[in-house]
Write a protein that binds this ligand. Structure first.
Ligand code: ATP
Ligand code: MG
Length: 201
């Protein structure tokens, strides 16, 4: 039978091996540059993850900016907080696309706010850009995929970008350095719970 001391020793040896592997990987990561991060999938947590990254960056004194595609009619809590912390914020002027059902107006609104995004993506003073819900703009053809890719590829070398939204285009996934897919296990809305202020927006 294995006694406590043997278990402790095995645990210690395993942890030591793990530490060596982690240390080797940390030593191997030598590059310093801006990351392109995509948070996609059908579960809750994409935008909140993007805003969490903005908070983290701002907390370190980095200059961050947010461009929200779609949610113009929602008074989102992050905007109230981050605007007062000096974070530049741009929101598309229409509400959810499936509410407006006006393709031309949506395209115009997307194009208008995209001009702000493009300016931010060319500004080396901005260290993090959150492009919240950008994926839909590409999926609906409101924005030209090549133009989006071009702006991302040619952005300042040290600038980080976070893109959120479901159904992210394959070309954006390929360009990204880090991709996370949030899986829907269950959501309170499906059980009839209304969207809650401070949690859902
Ligand atoms: P959040 O902003 O809470 O991180 P999200 O960005 O992952 O959510 P979106 O698809 O942008 O998700 O939807 C935003 C709103 O829809 C939020 O109020 C969120 O709670 C809700 N929502 C997200 N995923 C689901 C889901 N699988 N079923 C029902 N409602 C959802
Ligand atoms: Mg979202």
């Amino acid at each position: 039978m294995v006694n406590e001391q043997q278990r402790d020793e095995r645990h210690k040896a395993r942890q030591q091996r793990l530490k060596e592997q982690v240390d080797a990987r940390i030593a191997a990561a030598q590059e310093d540059r801006g990351l392109l991060i995509v948070i996609t999938g059908d579960g809750k947590g994409k935008s909140t993850s993007g805003f969490g990254t903005v908070c983290r960056a701002v907390g370190h004194g980095l200059k961050a900016a947010v461009v929200q595609f779609i949610k113009g009619n929602w008074a989102c809590g992050e905007r109230n907080l981050l605007s007062s912390a000096g974070v530049e914020f741009h929101v598309m002027a229409t509400g959810f696309t499936w509410e407006t059902q006006d393709r031309q107006a949506d395209t115009q609104a997307a194009q208008a706010v995209w001009q702000e995004a493009k300016r931010l993506l060319a500004d080396p003073d901005i260290q993090l850009v959150l492009l919240d819900e950008l994926t839909y703009m590409v999926a609906y053809d409101y924005l030209d995929l090549d133009e989006v890719l071009d702006a991302l590829v040619h952005r300042p070398a040290m600038q980080h970008v976070v893109i959120t939204g479901r159904g992210c285009h394959r070309a954006l996934l390929e360009l990204a350095d880090t991709v996370s897919e949030v899986k829907n296990v269950k959501h309170g809305f499906d059980a009839g719970i209304k969207a809650q202020q401070g949690i859902d927006w």
